[in-house]
Design a binder for this molecule. Structure first.
Ligand code: NAP
Length: 284
């Protein structure tokens, strides 16, 4: 057993006025990635990590095989949202890591309900990751892949009409044909990953990899993540533990039917700031 806590040094949010001012300036929002590229990062005991250090720390493994990483935030009592959104349980540093993970990904895979409920917009190109992305042969911003069976999505939104990299709509072969046509008309790319209307979760990574998208980041929501877990295809979980309690009946980070045998993950890193823990676990 190792003692990770207490640490001997206070983290930056507890000691620096700068961060407090920044937090007051801007409401963190996990969905809209409004974090900026100015100095900032995570205080890890003695070192203060900027976006470059975070990007190094969270780099995807080398290799051609697709890697499916999830990034989720949970309260201490397991809530994945408050008042129907994740923003109230997030903070500024969580948003920096959220933005960093997007900055490293080829594609952000997200369930349609999260898109509808959180008003997803296209991922944006960020100066801080531009050189890194260019060197890795990536588009300036990750594509967004929306998983949906019903395709009850507003295809007039910028997410579909004006992304930097075309938005993908991942669906089943039997999904409504007229809605697929609407998606295509808006400029989205329809990707089939299931025989019925639903997507087979184990087919998501392979169909995206066929399009050269191997660094996958899923941002949930819980119903989609639960299916990736149940299918045994989640490689990594970047879980923010938010120092809050909400009680109530909010969803957990992964929903749906339980797996027969709990899937084991190993801890690979923990960062801390302002009482938030930024954990990273890999499948064994
Ligand atoms: N804490 C966090 O980190 C976090 C992250 C994300 C979201 N959230 C919260 O989670 C809530 C939304 O999550 P949710 O679990 O209700 O929904 P979700 O997983 O985001 O989306 C569910 C929808 O995705 C589509 N879908 C899922 N699996 C599918 C499959 N196998 N085949 C085809 N389509 C599939 C369906 O869309 P159609 O209905 O269009 O067919 C389904 O209704 C929001 O409150 C959001 O704030 C929290």
């Amino acid at each position: 057993m190792r003692r990770l806590f207490p640490v001997t040094d206070q983290t930056c949010d507890q000691t620096c006025d700068r961060t407090d001012a920044r937090t007051e300036d801007r409401t963190p929002d996990r969905t809209h990635d409004r974090t900026d590229d100015r100095a900032g990062g995570v205080a890890t005991g003695q070192a203060h990590w900027g976006l470059d250090e975070l990007a190094d720390a969270y780099a995807y493994p080398d290799g051609a095989a697709p890697w499916l990483r999830a990034n989720m935030v949970s309260t201490l009592d397991g809530a994945a949202q408050h008042d129907g959104r994740s923003q109230p349980i997030s903070n500024d540093t969580d948003m920096r890591i959220f933005g960093t993970l997007r900055g490293l990904a080829d594609v952000v895979v997200v369930g349609a309900q999260t898109v509808r409920q959180e008003g997803y917009r296209p991922a944006r190109a960020r100066e801080a990751f531009a050189a890194r992305r260019a060197a890795a042969g990536q588009t300036p911003a990750p594509a967004v892949a929306v998983v949906s069976a019903g395709l009850d999505l507003d295809f007039t939104l910028p997410l579909f009409t004006s992304p930097l990299a075309p938005t993908l709509v991942v669906t089943g072969a039997a999904a409504p044909a007229d809605r697929m046509a609407e998606a295509r008309k808006a400029g989205a790319v329809v990707v089939i990953a299931g025989e019925g209307a639903a997507v087979a979760p184990e087919r998501v990574a392979p169909v995206l990899a066929e399009r050269g998208l191997t660094r996958l980041l899923t941002e949930g929501g819980p119903r989609l993540l639960g299916q990736f877990v149940a299918a045994g295809v989640l490689d990594e979980l970047c879980l923010t533990i938010s120092p809050m309690l909400t009680a109530g009946d909010a969803q957990r980070i992964a929903g749906g039917p339980a797996v027969a045998v709990p899937e084991k993950f190993v801890l690979t890193s923990v960062l801390e700031e302002a009482g938030f823990l930024f954990t990273r676990y890999r499948r064994t």
